[in-house]
Design a protein around this ligand. Structure first.
Ligand SMILES: [Zn+2]
Ligand SMILES: [Zn+2]
Length: 589
């Protein structure tokens, strides 16, 4: 009986075990059947926020020369980010509007159409800026009266920010700031939610009717007017021994009242008792404007909860003061080192803010510049190298004179802007069929001191295949409807001087040529999806937007750049199988 009882007990136990197994299997099957309905579909990881930073006129070699002076955000980008050490624009018109539009769209000026800061409009027979738009009205924040109208209507392709907003469909906010309209607008595209720039004539933060008026910008600018910095004195932040070069830069042309060397008082006209347009120009040429842009960007993060919602938001800041300081004092100045050292502090604060609000690693930063700059010619001349100024007025005068022996109406030239000659209506068509007159014009231009090459428009159309890097660069900047009839390339270290006998030159140095010093810029990526390191491949800033686009899972319309795949981590959606650990090598005796 005992045995029977045991057998019965064992049978019962076996049945119970089978039942338990069946129940477990059933539960598992049920759970599997339920899982697709219970869990939402897996969304591949995306950055919460794209942070695009453009440091206007920052040369790539500033990183090499001055990074010993940095302890903050610029240092962090170099040490924690992917640092591309050979990045350069592949085109000729190295100007602010072209550079920002290139970074923002991933295309060349020949594609995006922002060929320079301004060009001669043949229909209107007047010079227009790249953001002029008579259909919109500028709107000043904090009750300021501003004039004009600016928008992205002349940009021929969408910005990355536009594509992000349209394609993700998850409430992306696009916020951009700069002192310059041409920077804030090209970065913000057509769909920007808060696109803000500074009008130095009236000291007002501005947007236009092309964009929404942002309540947080109104509130911030009312509470913190730029005039709050009136009366400050910009003094060196670092000990004197930390700066390279002389304390007074050779050939500097500072804004009125700022002085040629430290300390620089920000007090406007000598007889002013409050902020005036001269003060606002001084303020733009000081580190205080960079700090202001950083604070308002942080406020945008807080007020709009950027990076804290479902989609990927977009925040762009173009720091314009490095450009103003560079134009005034040049690249071998204490001022350029100081404005960068202070920007390094501002960026440390911005990144700390983003770490706290968005989370370290949840946002991706791309920092670059819109162009470089040439050394001050008078400074180079001291060393005995060939340098000088290429005078715009001389070009115009010599062309008119060269046509005197031929049968041409005066004036033949409608406009000589930096780089380009535009003839009066019909003149260039006539010249093309008049070889002797055209030769005379070309020889006249070549005779102006500082001219290296002159290209005719028809040589640059449709991006010809060529071995000449200069022709290729000119063609990448060329758009028939907007570009000049003749394009002039200056010799190295011969920047354009656009002063006239009645208006002396307003700057110490400038940029805007196809020389490498104008084309070469830093490109630094950091954060979400970025593989840190130093990268020596030759790249261009057209690669920034396609790279950010791939991280965000979107596709650009056209692109001239490529994805910087070498600096991206493998997607966590496709985990890479870890390699088996290698056996430790035998210890050396
Ligand atoms: Zn610029
Ligand atoms: Zn500039």
């Amino acid at each position: 009986m005992i045995c029977e009882t045991r057998v019965v007990t064992r049978r019962i136990a076996r049945l119970a075990a089978i039942l338990i197994v069946l129940m477990v299997l059933g539960a598992l099957a049920g759970a599997q059947a339920k899982s697709p309905a219970a869990k939402p579909p897996k969304t591949p990881p995306r950055p919460k926020l794209v942070v695009l930073l453009v440091v206007d006129q920052m040369r790539a070699d500033y990183v090499d020369k001055f990074r010993g002076q940095w302890t903050g955000g610029l240092k962090r980008l170099v040490e924690e980010g992917a640092w591309f050490r050979d990045a350069a624009y592949p085109y000729a018109a190295t100007e602010t509007c072209a550079g920002h539009a290139t970074i923002s769209t991933g295309t060349l000026p020949a594609t995006h159409g922002m060929i320079s800061n301004e060009w001669f409009d043949r229909e209107l027979q007047e010079t227009v800026t790249c953001t002029d738009d008579s259909k919109v009205k500028n709107l000043g924040y904090a009750g300021a009266g501003v004039t004009g109208g600016n928008s992205a209507s002349k940009m021929l392709v969408p910005a990355l920010a536009d594509e992000l907003k349209f394609q993700t469909g998850s409430g992306t906010s696009v916020v951009t700031f700069s002192l310059k309209a041409r920077a804030a607008i090209t970065m913000g595209g057509r769909l920007g939610d808060a696109v803000t720039w500074f009008d130095a004539d009236v000291g007002a933060w501005t947007t236009s009717s092309a964009y929404p008026v942002a309540a947080f910008v109104e509130e911030f600018t009312k509470a913190h007017p730029a005039a709050g910095d009136y009366g400050k004195t910009w003094a060196p932040m670092l000990p004197a021994s930390a700066y390279l070069y002389d304390a007074t830069a050779t050939g500097a042309v500072p804004p009125a009242g700022l002085g040629a060397a430290f300390p620089h008082p920000l007090r406007g006209n000598p007889d002013s008792t409050g902020p005036d347009p001269v003060f606002y120009c001084q303020w733009e040429t000081s580190p205080y404007a960079d700090t202001y842009l950083t604070r308002i960007a942080e406020t945008a993060v807080d007020k709009l909860e950027l990076g804290a919602r479902a989609g990927t938001d977009f925040l762009a800041v173009s720091y314009s003061s490095v450009d103003y300081v560079g134009h005034a004092f040049g690249l071998r100045s204490w001022e350029i080192q100081d404005v960068l050292a202070r920007l390094d502090h501002d960026l440390a604060e911005l990144f700390a803010h983003l770490d706290k609000k968005v989370g370290r690693g949840n946002y991706v930063v791309a920092l670059s510049a819109d162009h470089g700059v040439v050394p001050i010619p008078e400074d180079i001349q001291k060393s005995g190298m060939d340098a000088g100024w290429l005078n715009v007025e001389s070009v115009k005068e010599r062309i008119e004179k060269s046509l005197e022996p031929f049968n041409y109406a005066k004036p033949a030239v409608a406009k000589v802007g930096a780089r380009a000659v535009y003839f009066t209506p019909g003149t260039y068509d006539k010249l093309k069929n008049d070889p002797a007159a055209l030769r005379a014009v070309l020889e006249a231009i070549q005779s102006v001191p500082g001219v290296a090459h002159v290209y005719r428009a028809e040589e640059l159309e449709d991006r010809p295949s060529t071995q000449s890097p200069m022709l290729k660069a000119e063609a990448a900047s060329f758009l028939k409807a907007r570009s000049g009839d003749l394009l002039i390339v200056p010799k190295p270290y011969w920047p354009w001087d656009s002063s006239t006998p009645t208006s002396p030159r307003q700057y110490g140095t400038t940029h805007g040529t196809p020389n490498y010093y104008d084309q070469r810029v830093p490109v630094l990526l950091m954060g979400f999806g970025v593989q840190p390191g130093e990268y020596f491949q030759a790249i261009t800033p057209t690669d920034i937007a396609p790279t950010l686009a791939v991280l965000c899972g979107i596709t650009l319309a056209p692109r001239d750049g490529r994805v910087l795949g070498e600096a991206l981590k493998n997607s966590s959606a496709r985990p890479v199988t870890p390699r088996p650990a290698r056996a430790a090598p035998p210890k050396q005796p």
